[in-house]
Design a protein around this ligand. Structure first.
Ligand code: MYA
Length: 576
C-alpha cells in the first residue's frame, strides 16, 4: 500500500487540497541592504543606458557593441546573483528580478542578451559547478569580460528537449568528444562559455551530460546569425560541434545528470520572464496613461471614455496579480524551497501572455500613431512575441504544470488502484490507509488562516477553489488513468485554474503584508485592487474547472481532423 504522496511544492499541495500557507505567508520582501544595492544598480544602469543604449540602433544593426557589455560588467550588471567572492553583486533571486525589471524597459535585445548570459547561460555553473569551475569561470562572467550562452535546442529537439541528438562519448582519459549541432542559441556567435547538453552513454545507460564549452575549442563553431522578427541584437546563431574534445574538468555535475541540470536551470530561468514581463508591463501602462490623459477626441480626454477606463483598469489590476505571483515565486526560491518548477512555469506563462495582450491594447489605445515606427510599440511587440514561445513554449509548460501537480494526487489515488478487492482483509487495510490519508489530509490546512481578517471574504473562496482543484483532479485521474498524459485541454484548463488560484493566494499574502505595515484604512487602494483581482481570478478559475467537466472539445477535434483530411480550410462563397 503506498503512502500519501510527499508534498514538495506549494502548488502540488494545492491540488491535493492542502494550502500550506506557512510557505507563502508572510509575503517575502528584500532586506534594506539589498534594496539599497538594487536601487543603486538600477540608477547606474539608467544613467549608463541613457547615453549608450539605443534600442532602435541595436535593432537596425542587429548588434550590441562589445563595449556595452564590458561597461555593464564594470557597473555590476553581468553578475547580479554571483556571490561577491567571485566578483558579483550577490543578489537574491528577488533582487535579481527587480533589477531586470528596469533593464527590460530599455532594450529587448540587451535584456535578453544579459538574461541569456545570467538566467540560463552560466546559471548551471553557479548551481552545479565545482569550486574549481566556479573559480575558473564566474569572475570573468560576473564582470562582463566573458559572455555566456545555453545550448540545448536542436533542429529535431525544441520542446522535446529530452530527445536531443548531439552526442558526447567518454574517452579513456576521462575527456569527452562531442558531435552535433544546436540551433537558435542566444549570444551564439559572441559568447565565450556555453552550458551545452548532449546525449551520452553512462554506465551502459543512454542518458545526458552537461558540458561547459569554451570559445576556441577545436571543432566548435558558431554559424551565421538568424534573421529574426525581433530581439535582433540577441545574436541568435546555430552552433556546430565536430569532434570537439571537452576536458573532464569541463563536465558540469555528474555525467547522467544532464537533463536534470537543464531542467533546473530552466525552472530558475523561467521566472525571469515572469518578473521581466512585470517590468515591461509597468512601462507600457505608464506610456498608456501618458497618452490617454493627454490625447483629446470628441471634446474630452481619451482617459474618460468607458472602454478606455476598462482597459486601463484591467492593466493595473491584472499586473498587481502578476507582480504578486511572480515575486512570491522569487521569494520561495530565496527561502530555499527546492521545488518551484510549477510556480515558475505558471509565472512565465501568465506573465508572457499578459504582457503580449497588454502591448496589443496599449498600441490600440495609441491609435494610428502607435502603428508608426517612430513610436516604440512595433519594436516592443516584435521583441516580445517570442516570449510565449521560448524558454518552454507556453502550452508545453501548461501540460508540464498540470501533469506535475496531478502526479502526487495520482500516487495517492493509486492506493485504490492497487487494492485487490477480492481480498477483504487486504482491501480493508488499504481503504483504511486511504481514508486515514484523507482524514489526515482533512486536518491538514485546507483554508487560509494567515490572511488579514479584512480579506476574509476573498480568502474563503480560495479555499473552495482548492477543494475543487482536488475534486476535479481526482475525477480526471479516475476517468483517464494514465491516459491523462494525452488530455491536453484538461492540462490547459487545470494549469490556468491553478495559476489563478496561486495568484489569489499571492495577492492575499502581499496585501496582508501591506495592511500590517500601513494599516487597513491607509491601504484602501490596494484593498480595492485586491478585491477586484481576486474576484475576477476566482471567476476565471471556476470557469476553467467547469469547462473540464463540460465542453465541446470533441467537436473541435472533429473539425480539426476534417480540415487535416481536406488539407485546407476548404470553403468559399464560390470557387476561384
Ligand atoms: S532555452 C531552451 C528552452 N527549452 C525548453 O524550455 C525545453 C522545453 N521542454 C521541457 O522543458 C521538457 O522537455 C518538458 C518535459 C517539460 C517538455 N523540472 O518524461 P518527462 C523531469 C524538474 O516528462 P519530457 C531558450 O528558449 C521529469 O520529472 N524536472 O520529460 C532561450 C522526469 O524525471 P523523472 C523535470 O516529456 C530562452 C524527467 O525529467 C522538469 O521529455 C532565452 C523526464 O520527464 C522540470 N521542469 O519533457 C530566455 N521537466 O524521470 C532569456 C521534466 O525522475 C531569459 N523533468 O520523473 C531572459 C530573462 C530576462 C527576461 C526579461 C524580460 C523582459
Amino acid at each position: 500500500m503506498s503512502e500519501p504522496a510527499d508534498v514538495t511544492s506549494f502548488s502540488k499541495a494545492l491540488v491535493l487540497g492542502e494550502i500550506h500557507e506557512e510557505l507563502v505567508f508572510p509575503y517575502p520582501t528584500s532586506d534594506e541592504a539589498e534594496a539599497g544595492k538594487v536601487r543603486a544598480l538600477i540608477s547606474a544602469f539608467r544613467a549608463y543606458a541613457a547615453d549608450h543604449v539605443d534600442a532602435r540602433r541595436i535593432d537596425d544593426e542587429a548588434w550590441i557593441d562589445d563595449q556595452v557589455y564590458r561597461d555593464l560588467g564594470e557597473i555590476g550588471l553581468t553578475g547580479l546573483y554571483v556571490p561577491e567572492e567571485y566578483g558579483g553583486q550577490g543578489l537574491s533571486q528577488t533582487g535579481y528580478a527587480r533589477v531586470f525589471e528596469a533593464i527590460g524597459t530599455v532594450s529587448g535585445s540587451l535584456t535578453i542578451g544579459l538574461g541569456v548570459h545570467q538566467s540560463i547561460g552560466f546559471k548551471g555553473i553557479a548551481l552545479y559547478g565545482t569550486d574549481e569551475q566556479r573559480e575558473r569561470f564566474l569572475p570573468d562572467l560576473a564582470r562582463g569580460r566573458k559572455l555566456a550562452g545555453f545550448a540545448l535546442t536542436e533542429p529535431n529537439a525544441g520542446s522535446d528537449a529530452y530527445n536531443i541528438e548531439s552526442r558526447a562519448v567518454r574517452q579513456p582519459d576521462g575527456s569527452w568528444v562531442l558531435n552535433g549541432e544546436k540551433r537558435w542559441i542566444g549570444n551564439g556567435g559572441r559568447g565565450d562559455v556555453f552550458t551545452t547538453f548532449a546525449r551520452a552513454e553512462v554506465d551502459g545507460r543512454d542518458t545526458h551530460v552537461a558540458l561547459i564549452l569554451e570559445k576556441g575549442m577545436e571543432g566548435f563553431e558558431a554559424g551565421e546569425p538568424y534573421d529574426t522578427m525581433g530581439l535582433r541584437g540577441n545574436n541568435l546563431c546555430p552552433l556546430y560541434f565536430r569532434d570537439v574534445r571537452v576536458p573532464r574538468e569541463n563536465v558540469l555535475g555528474e555525467p547522467g545528470q544532464g537533463f536534470r541540470i537543464a531542467m533546473d536551470v530552466l525552472n530558475n530561468g523561467r521566472i525571469g520572464l515572469g518578473t521581466g514581463s512585470v517590468g515591461l508591463a509597468k512601462q507600457l501602462i505608464d506610456m498608456t496613461i501618458d497618452h490617454v490623459t493627454e490625447r483629446r477626441q470628441f471634446g474630452r480626454a481619451l482617459a474618460d471614455f468607458d472602454m478606455v477606463e476598462d482597459k486601463v483598469g484591467w492593466m493595473v489590476s491584472y499586473l498587481f496579480g502578476l507582480e504578486s505571483m511572480a515575486y512570491l515565486t522569487t521569494g520561495l526560491i530565496d527561502a530555499g524551497i527546492d521545488d518551484y518548477s510549477v510556480e515558475s512555469a505558471m509565472a512565465k506563462v501568465t506573465g508572457t501572455e499578459f504582457v503580449w495582450y497588454l502591448a496589443n491594447r496599449a498600441m490600440q489605445l495609441k491609435g494610428g500613431a502607435g502603428y508608426m515606427r517612430t513610436e516604440p510599440y512595433e519594436l516592443i511587440m516584435r521583441d516580445i512575441r517570442i516570449f510565449p514561445i521560448f524558454e518552454g513554449a507556453n502550452d508545453v509548460l501548461r501540460s508540464y504544470a498540470a501533469l506535475s501537480v496531478l502526479k502526487p494526487l495520482g500516487e495517492e489515488l493509486e492506493v485504490l488502484a492497487d487494492t485487490d478487492l477480492s481480498d477483504p482483509i487486504g482491501a480493508l487495510g488499504a481503504w483504511a490507509g486511504y481514508l486515514g490519508g484523507r482524514l489526515k489530509r482533512e486536518v491538514r490546512p485546507d483554508r487560509i488562516s494567515l490572511a488579514h481578517e479584512a480579506l476574509a471574504e476573498l480568502a474563503g473562496p480560495v479555499a473552495d477553489q482548492v477543494k475543487r482543484l482536488r475534486a476535479v483532479g481526482e475525477s480526471v485521474l479516475r476517468e483517464h488513468g494514465k491516459g491523462i498524459v494525452n488530455q491536453g485541454m484538461t492540462h490547459k484548463r487545470l494549469a490556468d485554474a491553478l495559476a489563478d488560484v496561486y495568484a489569489q493566494v499571492a495577492v492575499l499574502s502581499r496585501v496582508t503584508a501591506i495592511f500590517e505595515e500601513q494599516g487597513v484604512e491607509a491601504s484602501g487602494q490596494e484593498r480595492f485592487i485586491a478585491e477586484t483581482f481576486c474576484s475576477r481570478a476566482a471567476r476565471r478559475a471556476n470557469l476553467e474547472l467547469d469547462k473540464i467537466e463540460s465542453n465541446d472539445d470533441e467537436r473541435m477535434h472533429s473539425i480539426a481532423r476534417l480540415a487535416y483530411k481536406r488539407g485546407k480550410y476548404g470553403y468559399a462563397l464560390f470557387e476561384d
